[in-house]
Design a protein around this ligand. Sequence first.
Ligand code: AMP
Length: 329
Amino acid sequence: METVVSGIRPTGNLHLGNYFGAVKSFVKMQNEYNCYFFIADWHSLTTHPHPENIRRSVKTILAEYLACGIDPEKATIYIQSDVREVAELYLYLNMNAYLGELERVTSFKDKVRSQPNNVNAGLLTYPSLMAADIIIHKAVKVPVGKDQEQNMEMARKFARRFNTIYGIEYFSEPASFHLSEKAVKVPGLDGSGKMGKSEGNAIYLVDDEKTIRKKVMKAVTDSGPTEPNSEKPEAIINLFSLMDIVSTPDTYAYFNDKYNSCEICYGDMKKQLAEDINAFCTPIRERILEIAADEAYMEKVARMGAEKATESAAKTLREVREIIGFKAY
Ligand code: AMP
């Protein structure tokens, strides 16, 4: 059975962006692949979170993974920092990672611009830690959103480079996986690019109905088209893209026709969108609250995941150490 790995950083609650970009694939893939889904708490250290926030956020994501339908009996769910072998592989990959290529990564350049006072080595080496996360389990498929394409390219490059340096076909190159033909990019409703916590525009799975309605009704729109079949401006494309993701094809077609005939009422469209998001989020929110209250169950899941993931990672590390020339114990 082929192996799949992916993770989410515990920097807040799951939102529609990381659900439709990644977690939805996790739920489907667990039935067909040998899956490892982790909570990327080492990655989250680049923003220097308070220990209490880390503890809380890790538990939150764990409860949300489970509430979304990831089944710990089918997939291995683990916390990244529980598997120390990942850090060792990260060290080895960093020895073969070059400053120039790491500095050229778009998400790194964005961070340099957005947080010039905290350009730390963890941000720079984010792609080599991500590569270690993936290849430590010899994953061949990685369900990720569109924003991760460049990091996936780097992961393939690091896997290839390791093989070339040591003259052995050891790691295979992991491929990005998307449920549909194209990579998903869930837009924000503030007229900007993607939905995300750091973008401040996220609709969270745990948001209650009133909050969701309020967020959707605030979505940026314009005064509407005046010419039939006009091209849509970015904010309107975003509104339609989100509808395409959460609503039925008929609903999408209805509002799209209204737009094309210049009869669109954005208020109605937003009301429908909020209703459809609520229909999707409400049952998940109820499960999140139920699971989060059961600390003993969550602990058991994390312990079981740590054991299974460590076993797989330790096997790779034993082989990697031997390939590199270290004494294998
Ligand atoms: P993050 O929440 O940034 O740790 O990302 C976790 C996963 O969710 C990655 O696979 C991302 O590609 C995906 N993701 C996050 N935000 C979005 C978005 N707005 N659209 C599509 N995928 C996303």
